[in-house]
Design a protein around this ligand. Sequence first.
Ligand SMILES: Nc1nc2c(ncn2[C@@H]2O[C@H](COP(=O)(O)OP(=O)(O)OP(=O)(O)O)[C@@H](O)[C@H]2O)c(=O)[nH]1
Ligand SMILES: [Mg+2]
Length: 223
Amino acid sequence: MKKKEILVLEELLGSNKKIASEIRNKLEEKGILTINFLGSPGAGKTTLLERIAEKIKSDYKMAVIEGDIETERDAERIRAKGIPAWQIITGGACHLEAKMIGKIFPEIPADLDFLFIENVGNLVCPASYDLGENIRCVLLSTPEGDDKPKKYPKAFTTSDCLVICKSDLIPALPFNLDYALKEAQEINPKLKILVTSALKDSGIDELIEYFLSSLNILRQKNA
Ligand SMILES: Nc1nc2c(ncn2[C@@H]2O[C@H](COP(=O)(O)OP(=O)(O)OP(=O)(O)O)[C@@H](O)[C@H]2O)c(=O)[nH]1
Ligand SMILES: [Mg+2]
């Protein structure tokens, strides 16, 4: 990359960071925990959100911001669960940016417990854009292969939580769970790791527990 291009990119990311931190401050003041889901196309992000919605919607208030390059389909799936959802259509851009979240910000109800953001399906670009989240959660689904953490390191080094999803498929795949976990932990020892199957409903209660304890910590800080 030429020096001028690098400077423009740094400026862009710098202004993204500033907007993101304003969003984070405002959401934290309201006591809302924000979670940014990253993962390849088809990793299972929307399915996981659907399962989470089914499990928590009677006790907690959640909303979802969906990012896709085209269609309103994911937002429609979330709305079908009775959860408010906004669809951001990027028209080709491979990631969400904080300013896109900022545009929706005035519509976000102040009494939410959780704001989930599903980023555009991509393991590369979304890793460079802070959206004002408290927790960044990267999904790695078993059909993608156990070697991905070190091939796409930024998604794993910038995340707080790794969800290995579609664990029900492990018996049918050459996916070595220990190897995937070792790869991920070597590049980010602080990762909170969960192994889930949306199909078999396993690991999702533990993931929700993690979000709930993070919400409690955030609210204790506010008290
Ligand atoms: N076997 C299995 N399939 C799953 C699981 N979770 C999701 N799927 C399937 O994986 C496919 C993709 O799921 P989505 O939830 O749409 O994936 P996504 O990450 O939201 O996809 P994009 O938004 O397009 O990036 C669907 O056919 C799901 O039914 C799981 O735990 N096990
Ligand atoms: Mg989706």
